[in-house]
Ligand binder design. Sequence first.
Ligand code: ATP
Length: 970
Amino acid sequence: MATLLLETLRKSELDQYLTNFSSNGITQLESLAQLSMQDYNSLGIVSIQDRKRLFKLVQSLRQELPTKENGLVSSSTPSVYHHQTYPSAIDISTSPVMAPSFLAMDSPSPLTCGGGLSTNASASNGVSENSILSTNRQHVNGNASSIYQLSFPSTLHHSQQQQQPAPAGNSTITRSRSRSRLLPDQHPRSELMKSAKSTTDLFISYNQSSDDEEDTPEIRRSANPLLNSYGVPVQNSNVNNSNNTSNVTSLGTGHFNNSSSNYSLCLSELNQRIRVCVRKRPLNKKELERGEKDISPTVGISSINVNEPNRSDKYIEQHSFTFDDVFDINDSNSQIYQRTAQPLVNYVFNGGKATCFAYGQTGSGKTYTMLDAQHGLYVLAARDVFSLLCQPEHQHLSAYIGFYEIYQGQLYDLLAARKKLFAREDGKQNVVIVGLKEYVIKNVDDLMKVFEHGNQCRSTGSTGANSDSSRSHAILQILLKPTKNKKSIIGKLSFVDLAGSERGADRGETDVKTRMEGAEINKSLLALKECIRALDQDKRHTPFRQSKLTQVLKDSFVGHSRTCMIATISPNQGNSEHTLNTLRYADRVKELKGEGDRRISGEAPLARARVTNAQDDDYLNGHAKKELDNNVMRNGLSIKSNQHNSDGLDLPQDGELLLNGENFPTDRDVHILDEVFPHEASSHDRSNDDDDNQDNHNGSFPHSSLSTADLLRTRCFDNKDSDSFISGTRSKRQPGPYHHSPPGDTLSDTAIGELSQNSALRIKQQNQHTNEPSYQQDQFNLSVSSSANNNAASTTSHSRQLSGDYRRYMDSIYSKSDTTHAPPRLLHYQPLLPQQQQGYAYQLQSFHRPQQQPTFYSYYDSLTVAVDPEMIEEFINFHRAEIRETGECSKRETKLLTHISLIMASHKDDDNDDDDDNSTQQQGFNEKITTEFYGYLNHLDQVLEMKMATIDALRGQIRLMRGEEDDVSF
Ligand SMILES: Nc1ncnc2c1ncn2[C@@H]1O[C@H](COP(=O)(O)OP(=O)(O)OP(=O)(O)O)[C@@H](O)[C@H]1O
């Protein structure tokens, strides 16, 4: 296939890009045919000429490759899974290939079995390859196109589907859908489906007729982008997912089958690290009154469609999603509990952290599911918690409740009159809410009373979509602690009721406060999404600190934790856009499962920790890995987070392995979270703010793992940047237009004097306090004196102090100045070694400032400033995602504009065509365009808001990178 691709590219004079295509997972013609122009940049194709060539090639491939649209596939074949929906299923090494005719190659035999169908997939589904082939034979013309049919397991479902009557009301859609709720027993929760469970978008055309019904819409699938926001091929994750889940035993029944034979099968499925479920609420009274329809039929027990009407091109766009569970309108909270939170209860009794959170648009049923006072999952979990506490082996434990909310980026204790709280991480990267009041609870009634009390303090408000809308993220924690040692925590179970994602229109005619709340909510949810993306990308650094929400939820995602997400949706047409957003969001989280499942199996935490260590091999390499193995052998699973190997290479630090090791000891009496949490200590510990914590947690100084050359490179980069950073002006607290000063321009002495007033004083005071060298000191004196101090502890504290000062210094600069090119955020630094200073001095001379520069700059120079390359990469990815998202918004803007322009144009046409147009008609038309115009304005407002939230999130990242943290106080 690679040869074929090369041949094709060569003919179009694009063969020089072969490597770019391959490295992005495009190794087949059908993948090539799916490329959209948006993907060109990611593939490194920037020259206009080459872009044109690629465009032409893609177009001709689309013509040549068999799809229903181009008529190369029989109309009796459902087009749903026609073209390369799951190209990953094709074994490219063995699949027969149909060459496009322009390559003048013969089409291979259509039904060659070969590797066209994944053997695993068919076996795991209990369906023989032959049966699939024969099924396909019935529906596929005997032409070359059939190879594509063979590749997609979904065609099997089509054949099954055809034997069943389609449910009333959905006939046009279910006819071509793969599964039916009517036959759960005959449609096992197969892995085959799981392998095919990525989002599939379909178009249903109103225009075309089918054999069965006059106006049966034809279904067409829209092209999914091949590359995700980061330019990474999306198919890979599907492959991973399917592979990773392939060992999960299929479940032959519906959700709530109690048969014991199936129960264990259920368990293996329920014991995944991350479960993603969807709950659909019934249409509410208002929606029924408006005559709205349910456009989100569930399909089987784990799939759901959204039939999104699309007025402009007369198609219904059908989107299919598959999750671990999809709960329909009739499923009760207790049924949902069994498949979501209940497994988490057992997990925390084994010493783990578990989180169940509800995500969805405002009014979709998050609170109803999670924190309904009487029937919420928290109550049901509490019942199980107390019955487990009654068992002899747990009698030494007590349950505690903590309940707080995140409102407008601040934490408030709902059980202590909304006292302000602070999120911190302890030395083991556990998230600790400092100051959180916890009440011991003895039974469910106690819990409900305490909850009720806290719930009354929760920030709620009325929005257009929900008269009792939660305007905050609420987190209810049930903590298991030894009765005799309240400072230890055995297990933590959190229920999170996220504030609803919303659009401007959802808020209705609301005040500025409500709009600001909405913007903040959207921003934090966006941050959550970015964290999920980062985790999805297997990044060592995840931007948890981007928002309070992500900070607090961090331990739901890292280390040995279990998470269950319940995405709640409103099924009516008016909310289709929101529903799609929610499901896409959930789909992203689902992709994380691949990563989690690779490392976590269903055993007890300790066993899992061992499995993790072994399976995380690919996470480490070379010496670091050996070192880790040795440590595991020497110290059991206790691996310190600031450990370095002899090469100075850092062992992984971002939770995962280290946290696992630390937290799952062999001795049951040693508690995994056996930590004196700071909230038990005095509050003036606060001075150790989040920033310093960050330095603290990372513990080690990654710089020490860098070579001198690396250090110098980084310094050059910093210095170059700091030149421009000095020259610009931009206020952190007063965002405004950027002003560029000419290069080399520096702040005036007056400005320096001004900006230094506050910060210098404070810094100096601190220095006096800590015997830090004065800022007036020569930069190298500072370094030498620091490096001369070989006492590790004092160096560390010195470094921390410098870190704080550095940030204050930076902050003081930003509070007065403005720049588009600020230096990157200081992550870690250490005093220079003498041999490094020499090189550094050279760099300073060649790049940096003259002697007469104010002492502040000298101070800045004297630090070894470095940015973790992971972080730079992270930022770049974030920026890329921002561009993509704002691009999407711009597309929507264009659509809106086109729509309204067309209406206006048709109005003009009518005017011209019909001079005798009477005034009644004119009035009717005016009303129509007025309505349209308002609709246009509302939609535009929403789109712009989304765009702004995206831009805001990026700017938040910029501030974070530049060290402008909110909690750096002056
Ligand atoms: N599955 C369901 N069955 C019946 N009623 C439901 C269901 N889900 C939600 N509702 C009702 O819908 C309304 C809105 O639900 P809820 O307050 O839980 O939404 P929400 O997602 O928490 O909204 P917000 O984000 O604005 O707080 C409530 O009146 C609730 O009783």
